[in-house]
Design a protein around this ligand. Structure first.
Ligand code: GLU
Length: 519
């Protein structure tokens, strides 16, 4: 028997990838990489009312944006491929010659298909097995009746649970009712006993008897439900470890019952801690961005998001905050998963993102900033790339997200700037005209004698000249110069800014600030 770890991420494609889902992908992926195992992507789309192909595509895009590869999973279909697109009730794509989920060499991986809507014949076989062995039964209770029963249970203050009405229906009667056109669901006969799980994160978890009633495995119409498909697939796909969020614990007990009934070995379960918002309630849209897509749009880097998510419920043995992916892979293990809830701190994420903007290779991070600059109307693609990188390098230290890049880059892109409020005050100060005037003379002379290009050393010499001519030094010298050149009182060092702008643009700026009171 192979001892290779096989883990999976199994999203229901009902929307963008949530940050909680992204953490689940990360933990599974890290565990696969750490152990030299396989990471599988399985699409759980049997809830046809909520699942869409668009959402599947978006989730896969987000997973790829985060930089995760998967060893097995649905492939992006090349045009003209054989795969049948789901539409209405025609979603069943029998796997035909495939031997009920046995590993083979199909497209997507040896356990294909990886989309549950394409595995319906497999589930049908196992559902029949449950029915034939008397472990499941058809249930004819209508939604209205079930709703009434649920409401009655709530009124009594008990946990609503199916009361087993249809357990008593004989096979003959069931067959007659089906022949007459009734469409039953199929319910699993939940054993009434305690279940005990040895969870890799939570330790011993005890599920008392009667926690769940007979639950539906096939909807009326025959579509299988999550808990059932998940067990069949985790078994057939030889999943060894199920790392998922704590919210799934109530599913786990149902799944344990199914494993037991089929006589299948349980995988190792690791239920990861809840992610809470700052107010310690479950993270939701009320707390701000919760989808990976939104973070991408807001200029977060996948490296930073991964680093941040890794520390939600896991910690490095050295308690490091900034970890490379290789460090995470090397150090990740189930034993360091924490069962206490973790709090999603957006301020920390921003800080971390800023650290990554500063630390990533300049060419790479500049390239990633370009779409943000372009979207804000700065034609960054047309700029000389080396110039753009140097300019970006001067501002990246002050950025928290790439979405802040356009504003910060205005120092280079906008010669017609308006003075910031603080800068206006500086401009009104007594010494301003002398410094700005001397700067104008120095720049004009430079342009006359040497042209537009101005080196850092030349600017520093020029600055010395301004100092002497204006009789100022320190802040009284630098602040008026900064205001005259940039309209701001803060920003990157002038000795870096001026060579990037060139003497001509600098001169134009200084003249403009000197000339117009209204600037
Ligand atoms: N499809 C389930 C979900 O998206 C997967 C849960 C699991 O990992 O078993 O929540």
């Amino acid at each position: 028997m192979s001892s290779q770890v096989r883990v999976r991420f199994a999203p229901s494609p009902t929307g963008y990838l949530h940050v909680g889902g992204a953490r689940t992908v990360l933990f599974n992926w890290l565990y696969a990489k750490h152990t030299g195992g396989k990471f599988i992507l399985r699409i759980e789309d049997t809830d046809q009312d909520r699942s869409t192909r668009d959402a599947e595509r978006m989730q896969i895009e987000d997973i790829k944006w985060l930089g995760f590869d998967y060893d097995e999973g649905p492939e992006v279909e090349p045009s003209g491929s054989q795969t049948v697109e789901p539409s209405g009730s025609q979603t069943v794509v029998p796997s035909g010659s495939q031997k009920r989920g046995a590993p083979g060499s199909q497209k997507g991986g040896p356990y294909a298909p990886y989309r549950q809507s394409e595995r319906l014949d497999i589930y049908a076989t196992y559902a029949k097995e449950l029915l034939d062995s008397g472990r499941a039964y058809p249930c004819f209770c209508s939604d209205e009746i079930l709703d009434e029963k649920r409401a009655a249970a709530m009124r009594l203050g008990t946990v609503p649970q199916y009361d087993g009405t249809c357990r008593k229906i004989t096979r003959e009667e069931a067959a007659r009712r089906v022949a007459a056109g009734e469409k039953p669901t199929m319910r699993f006969k939940a054993p009434v006993r305690e279940y005990k799980l040895q969870d890799a994160v939570r330790g011993a978890v005890v599920f008392p008897p009667n926690m769940v009633g007979d639950f539906v495995v096939l909807r009326s119409g025959g579509m299988p439900v999550y808990n059932f498909c998940c067990v069949v697939d985790d078994h057939l796909m030889e999943i060894t470890h199920v790392l998922r969020a704590e919210e799934h614990l109530s599913n786990t007990v149902r799944q344990m019952m199914l494993y037991e009934t089929f006589g299948w070995k349980l995988p190792v379960f690791a239920h990861c801690s809840l992610i809470l918002g700052q107010d310690r309630t479950k993270l939701s849209k009320r707390h701000g961005a919760t989808s990976v897509h939104q973070y991408a749009e807001e200029g977060y880097l996948p490296e930073a998001l991964k680093n941040f998510l890794a520390l939600l419920g896991w910690s490095s043995p050295e308690h490091k905050e900034i970890l490379t992916l290789d460090e995470m892979i090397a150090q990740f293990g189930l034993e360091r998963l924490n069962k206490a809830p973790s709090v999603f701190d957006p301020v920390k994420l921003k800080w971390m993102n800023g650290q990554y903007i500063k630390a990533l290779p300049l060419a790479d991070v500049t390239g990633r900033a370009i779409p943000f600059l372009e979207r804000a109307g700065i034609p960054a693609k047309d700029f000389d790339r080396a110039w753009l990188e140097r300019a970006f390098d001067t501002i990246r230290g002050g950025l928290e997200t790439l979405a802040g890049a356009p504003k910060a880059m205005e120092i280079f892109s906008n010669d017609e700037f308006a003075l910031e409020e603080e800068a206006r005050k500086v401009r009104k100060e007594a010494g301003f005209a002398a410094v700005a005037g001397a700067l104008r003379e120095g720049l004009a002379k430079h342009e006359d004698e040497k042209g537009d290009a101005i080196s850092e050393a030349e600017f520093q010499a020029l600055q010395e000249g301004v100092k002497t001519a204006s009789g100022t030094k320190g802040k009284a010298l630098f602040m008026p110069m900064r205001v005259a050149l940039t309209g701001q009182t803060h920003g990157p060092e002038l000795k870096l800014v001026v060579p990037l702008l060139g003497a001509k643009r600098c001169l134009k700026r200084v003249k403009r600030v000197l000339a117009h009171d209204s600037v």
